[in-house]
Design a protein around this ligand. Structure first.
Ligand SMILES: NC(=O)c1ccc[n+]([C@@H]2O[C@H](COP(=O)([O-])OP(=O)(O)OC[C@H]3O[C@@H](n4cnc5c(N)ncnc54)[C@H](OP(=O)(O)O)[C@@H]3O)[C@@H](O)[C@H]2O)c1
Length: 319
């Protein structure tokens, strides 16, 4: 039997889920879609072969053909849509950030637990070849005392520059970096110092730099911005035995050890949504925990909240 998937939010990222589902074969199928603009939802359903289209997420949550719901809407609606789906017994894949606040993220986790449904979060960069290459070679570096990661990309608009949505570089891009720091280094930050700026004056922070204190006398220096017309996405690690860097756009990995330096091309697909979906569907079919848990999503939001507190008070704060 195929798992029935309901997709709420049919924009840029929702389309990626629909496309990935269309390639999943026997395990799962897109049975229902939803956005508030019903005619657009109907058009989307016709394009991707979903049987049903809804203009209200509560109707999709009640649909008996839907086993699991993907929440790919702007950040302010994650908690309402996810909780409604969980209360109707649907498994959950919620896009990042899990919630706009720690409180919202905790509400989603409690609801999933209470209703005995699986919950995973769209931290899809865990599956990116840049991340996988970093994990593969990290053991070569000895004691890793520094991680540096950045995500810089062009200006954004719409809900991404709306304060109520928690748009802005910290919550939109930073949560990826906070999650990757913990995922790659297996270390949870204890304190954060963050400076956030509005360079273009969009109404939300369009850049931030954060220094995360990590256990074992290590730090992570993270920055993200939506200012430049160019894109940069990099990870670097420095250890007692060597240095490692991975660059998403040049697709190059470089390992320096002692006097030697080797560079090689990054291998593996960029289509991370498909891999995330595969793991989510398998976790439901096989009755196991998804690799990315609700607590992982909560942790990234916790660091983001600490960044806001730090930048508002211009001081180092505990996470
Ligand atoms: N993991 C990643 O790498 C990644 C990448 C991109 C985005 N995302 C995340 O994905 C989410 C969506 O981003 P996006 O770029 O796809 O946004 P988007 O292009 O603006 O699309 C948002 C969609 O949600 C629908 N929507 C909004 N409010 C709704 C509601 N209350 N009920 C039902 N549908 C609603 C909108 O349609 P209507 O206006 O008609 O309702 C639209 O179809 C965000 O949380 C974002 O952070 C993650």
């Amino acid at each position: 039997m195929k798992l029935g998937i309901g997709l709420v939010g049919l924009g840029r990222h929702g389309s990626r889920y629909a496309e990935s589902l269309s390639k999943m074969g026997g395990k799962a199928e897109l049975v229902a879609v939803c956005r508030r603009n019903l005619p657009e939802a109907e058009r989307f359903a016709a394009t991707w072969g979903a049987k049903k289209a809804y203009g209200d997420h509560k109707d999709l949550a009640r649909d008996r053909d839907v086993d699991a719901v993907i929440v790919a809407t702007p950040n302010s609606s994650h908690v309402e849509i996810a909780v409604e789906a969980a209360e109707n017994g649907k498994h959950l894949l919620v896009e990042k950030p899990l919630g706009r606040t720690v409180r919202e993220a905790e509400e989603i986790i409690s609801s999933a637990r209470r209703n005995g449904v699986k919950l995973t979060v769209g931290h899809s960069f865990r599956y990116h070849p840049m991340t996988l290459a970093s994990i593969k070679f990290l053991g070569e570096l000895g004691h890793v005392y520094l991680a540096a990661m950045c995500k810089r990309q062009p200006e954004v608009a719409g809900w991404r520059i709306d304060r109520r949505e928690r748009g802005g570089a910290i919550m939109d891009l930073g949560v990826h970096l906070f999650d990757l720091t913990e995922f790659v280094l297996k270390k949870r930050p204890t304190a954060v110092y963050c400076q956030a700026r509005q360079v273009l004056g969009s109404g939300v922070e369009d850049s931030f730099v954060a220094v995360l204190d990590l256990p074992g006398n290590a730090v992570a220096v993270l920055d993200a911005s939506t200012i430049s017309k160019s894109r940069t996405d990099r990870m670097e690690f420095a250890g007692t035995e060597g240095h490692l860097s991975a660059d998403r756009y040049s697709r190059e990995v470089c390992l320096a050890k002692g006097g030697s330096r080797i560079s090689f091309p990054m291998t593996g697909p960029d289509a991370t949504v498909r891999l995330l979906l595969d793991d989510f569907v398998d976790s439901i079919i096989e009755g196991k925990e998804p690799p990315i848990t609700g607590e992982d999503g909560l942790e990234a939001v916790r660091v983001a909240e600490a960044c806001y507190r730090s930048s508002e008070t211009n001081s180092k704060v505990a996470t």
